[in-house]
Design a protein around this ligand. Sequence first.
Ligand SMILES: Cc1cc2nc3c(=O)[nH]c(=O)nc-3n(C[C@H](O)[C@H](O)[C@H](O)COP(=O)(O)OP(=O)(O)OC[C@H]3O[C@@H](n4cnc5c(N)ncnc54)[C@H](O)[C@@H]3O)c2cc1C
Length: 505
Amino acid sequence: VSLLETASPTESFDDAGVDQVDVAIVGAGFSGLGVAIRLRKAGIDSFTILESADSLGGAWRDNTYPGCGCDIPSPLYSYSYAQKSDWSRLYAGQPEILDYLRGVARRWKLDEHTVFNARVVSAEWDEPISRWNIRLENGGRVRARFFVSAIGPLHYPSIPDLPGMDKFGGPIFHSAQWRHDVDLTGKRVAVVGAGASAIQFVPAIVDRVESLTLFQRTAPWIVPKADRLFDARTRWLMRWLRPYRSWVRNRLFWKHEERAAGFLGEPGAMEATERLARKLLARQVPDPELRERLTPDYDIGCKRLLISSEWYPAVSRANVTVRSTGVKELRPRTIVGTDGSVTSADVLIFGTGFDAQETLTRMAIVGRNGRTLAEAWATGNDAFLGTAVSGFPNLFIMVGPNTGLGHNSQVFMIEAQARYITRCIRRLRRRSHGTIEPRAEAESSYNAWLQDRLSHTVWQTGGCRSWYQDARSGQNTVLWPDTAVSFWRKTRRVRFADFLIGSGR
Ligand SMILES: Cc1cc2nc3c(=O)[nH]c(=O)nc-3n(C[C@H](O)[C@H](O)[C@H](O)COP(=O)(O)OP(=O)(O)OC[C@H]3O[C@@H](n4cnc5c(N)ncnc54)[C@H](O)[C@@H]3O)c2cc1C
């Protein structure tokens, strides 16, 4: 349901009862907290984090499915200035990551700056006073000089609207809204989707269920996950020997950076990874017929490259059936595949991922001259450096268009963006009505460069359709088509010549 329906941004926004703040940050995940910390470090304390849920953590609060964890080594999946020294394992599980984020928020006293149960439904630029008028679903209103969206790239579950959902009769839920009250023991479970979440929860539940039927339209490419517990000695070294901790993090970072070349279309750069993936499949799936069904039919890297050493053994078990088909409809305790197959099930779990395209436009964002962001993005989401949009003064977007990563830690990008945004805000600090927005020419030449680079990537040439792409244009609007370091270079300094800086009134 579009939140636009509930928002009415053009209603009057009189001053009574409005909270005034310099910076309104929407969302309390890695991004929102990261921006808040940067602001704090820059001596800016007039900020409020507006969070729709009743606690912080974003993706790591919502995704509590069995087996949930990161697929980037934990030493990398943390802020550079708040490195955790006691990760229990190389790829930490969800509880540990959530705990880390809570600790970070405590350390920077961010709770006192956060308003929970505060879902933002609209934000309208008020030209005469150079402020954003922000409305909350609960009727609250906030007025801010700067509006920073940190609502997350993977927050809104993508749930297919299947005919007969109301007739199924058993529990139906999405992996990001896991029903811990549903006991799967001895149940016939159907799973739709074989993406990054399914690959984690299927191995974690397969022992418990009577049967599991997997509906996958396309098989994912998978490489082994070299997960391990950190032993006491490593943990001691990480804790007490800073250079060692930095060395571990740096080594992991550069190892992951090397992987970018394969996605960017460099000839031969994916060969070793493909060999690794094929070897894993051959070793873990001896049955040739099943192996055939688990073999992807597109170039490696085109869709998200997954890591797991447990997936193939799990789906090879006797109680698992892999159906290479989508779902056509649901009937009472029955799932009908698009291939006509009929499967009995007690519980249906969607591992269908997230809507990464329509995120920000779920809020009614109205910029200069009454133009909405939905209108500006009618043919596709784009932004200058994925961070700011011409015609939308003092608006910044964390993990905006084409700032996602498939090869390295998103937290690195988040830090780069948070620093960049803070610098823009700091520049205007002393001009109480100052405005900053990218010049249209800077934005369009940046986007021409971006599209040119994207056209050579495996995401566009590898023979697949993916959630990275906008269905309207087929363009990848999610991923950054270069190394993470190149994004850091582009955002290290703000080239103010790329921006229109106004004095307001
Ligand atoms: C299961 C899972 C595993 C992942 N694993 C990795 C990994 O291993 N490595 C990696 O680099 N990345 C991973 N990611 C990607 C992950 O999205 C990012 O790394 C990072 O967590 C994004 O943080 P964020 O703060 O931008 O978004 P989120 O964590 O999604 O936080 C957004 C916050 O905004 C709030 N919000 C949304 N809309 C509104 C609104 N209208 N009003 C108020 N508040 C709102 C939400 O409630 C949420 O708290 C994973 C994602 C998922 C879902």
